[in-house]
Design a protein around this ligand. Structure first.
Ligand SMILES: *[C@@H]1O[C@H](CO)[C@@H](O)[C@H](O)[C@H]1NC(C)=O
Ligand SMILES: *[C@@H]1O[C@H](CO)[C@@H](O)[C@H](O)[C@H]1NC(C)=O
Ligand SMILES: *[C@@H]1O[C@H](CO)[C@@H](O)[C@H](O)[C@H]1NC(C)=O
Ligand SMILES: *[C@@H]1O[C@H](CO)[C@@H](O)[C@H](O)[C@H]1NC(C)=O
Length: 446
């Protein structure tokens, strides 16, 4: 009898234990699903505020309401919906193989979206999306939405030889390619930059004298005539380009919400005409850069990378530095320049670097170009770069030398205050020349 019981107990054990374990697992799974579904994000303290958001406006939420790039579909926001469709289309698990997706599935995914090609746009995929209450949106938002599927515009002025010119000297790849966003009318800014921090050619480093080859190009669109007629500057621009050969101009309206196109089209140009550039500076034509100090910093990064390359087998340097803004929220103030309606985009912004100026490695630029083909255009260029970085699984690095919000007012006139500065926003052409002269010979007591 006793023996039977023992045997029965063992049997019971062998039977019950797996059942109990499965039961526990089930409870665990149910609880985790429940927790995930009912998750409400915590309040996060704000450290930075998105560019254009006034710090004192109470109308704005200043923290992300949820994790950026939500897994669940935000079907009330147009951008999120479009991006979701692309995410699914490019998801290797859902998709299986690259030819598997049928047109019907694709159309179902893009359910709300009309498939309609406009004759002016040469993009591969032309679909004009629909958004509720379209006509009540501000003009620039409407213009953006109508053209956001177009990513290819012809070059009107090109510089195909930019990175080949000095090949006889063995100097074909620039150490630093400066790509500066400008507008047709900003002749004075461009000239001040050429005469100061953006001078093309061999530039000395500040401390170690190593320096490197610097090349400068200006990124332009077409003069925006929607705000009224303007004088025809086409011939002047042509003359300028004949003299300096540093203008890249594309055939799209040069407006604030079209600035993202400049990044995208510049990456294409870079891949085609200057893929060996080691570093890229991208910035506006109203910033001041201490190019020598920047070259010193970049040499240090490059040397460290080469040192570690032997150990890690990492051939590409993933450098992206600037003034990084974390936990920013879209501006929801309809009168603001940076206004993004909730119908268009929901969620917080990924970490991004203020667009006054950033530096990234050339190899990263080429990766950004590739990944950008899977990220829908976003009207604010700095945020778009943040989105592409996020997509690559990278995050921009903060550098305290990038002052896109300028120095404290009392320090602006003091040359010594610029010692640790790499970039400062904003400076007029006259201020650039003055500052450049002052910084050539920093007083010894600094
Ligand atoms: C991908 O899918 C297509 C159509 O479903 C099929 O013909 C093809 O063999 C698949 N390719 C691979 C590599 O599985
Ligand atoms: C080559 O570089 C030198 C030194 O930077 C510069 O003076 C020269 O103009 C360059 N040559 C061409 C053809 O641009
Ligand atoms: C951007 O440029 C395109 C082409 O010129 C134009 O159709 C579109 O309206 C512009 N978008 C904005 C937001 O200005
Ligand atoms: C790096 O690459 C070399 C040759 O490709 C290989 O022999 C070596 O084991 C690699 N080292 C590491 C740390 O992966």
């Amino acid at each position: 009898m006793g023996r039977f019981c023992k045997c029965n107990g063992r049997l019971l054990c062998m039977c019950l234990l797996p059942c109990m374990m499965t039961g526990h697992l089930l409870v665990y799974v149910l609880v985790s699903i429940f927790v995930t579904i009912s998750y409400t994000p915590q309040k996060i303290t704000v450290h930075y505020i998105a560019s254009g958001v006034s710090a004192h406006s109470s109308a704005l939420a200043s923290h992300p309401v949820g994790p950026f790039w939500n897994l669940r579909l935000e079907d009330s926001a147009m951008w999120n919906q479009l991006q979701h469709a692309w995410d699914r289309q490019h998801n290797p698990i859902l998709r299986g193989n690259t030819t598997g997706i049928t047109r019907e599935t694709k159309l179902k995914l893009l359910s709300e979206i009309e498939d309609e090609c406009s004759s002016v746009c040469m993009s591969r995929e032309c679909s004009v999306p629909r958004v509720q209450d379209f006509n009540s949106l501000p003009e620039q938002m409407r213009a953006f939405i109508l053209a956001m599927h177009c990513r290819e515009y012809p070059l009107l002025i090109n510089q195909p030889g930019m990175c080949r010119r000095n090949s006889s000297l063995g100097l074909d790849s620039p150490m630093l390619l400066m790509a500066i966003k400008s507008q047709v009318g900003n002749f004075e800014n461009r000239q001040a930059i050429r005469e100061t921090w953006g001078r093309s050619g061999l530039v000395k480093g500040e401390s170690n004298k190593k320096g490197g080859l610097v090349r400068t190009v200006f990124l332009l669109g077409r003069q925006d005539s929607s705000t009224g007629p303007h004088p025809d500057l086409k011939n002047l621009l042509e003359l300028e380009n004949q003299k300096y050969g540093d203008i890249l101009q594309w055939d799209f309206r040069d407006t604030f919400f079209n600035l993202t196109l400049k990044d995208l089209l510049f990456w294409h140009w870079l891949q085609q005409h200057c893929p060996t550039a080691i570093f890229v500076f991208k910035g506006d034509d109203d910033v001041f850069v201490r190019t020598g100090a920047l070259l010193d910093y970049l040499h240090k990064q490059w040397d460290e990378h080469n040192l570690w390359k032997a150990y890690t087998n990492k051939t590409n340097l993933d450098l992206f530095v600037g003034e990084v803004i974390y936990n920013a929220m879209p501006n929801r103030e309809p009168s603001a320049k940076y206004y993004i309606p909730e119908r268009f985009y929901k969620g917080g912004y990924p970490p991004y670097a203020g667009g006054g100026g950033v530096v990234y490695s050339g190899s990263l630029a080429l990766r950004l170009k590739d990944v950008s083909e899977r990220v829908r255009l976003f009207p604010i260029d700095d945020v778009y770069l943040g989105m592409c970085m996020y997509r690559l699984g990278l995050s921009p690095s903060h550098h305290p030398g990038f002052l896109t919000f300028d120095l404290p007012e009392t320090d602006r006139g003091n040359p010594c205050a610029y010692r640790s500065v790499l970039l400062v926003h904003r400076r007029s052409p006259n201020e650039m020349l003055t500052l450049w002269k002052q910084l050539q010979s920093l007083p010894a007591h600094c």
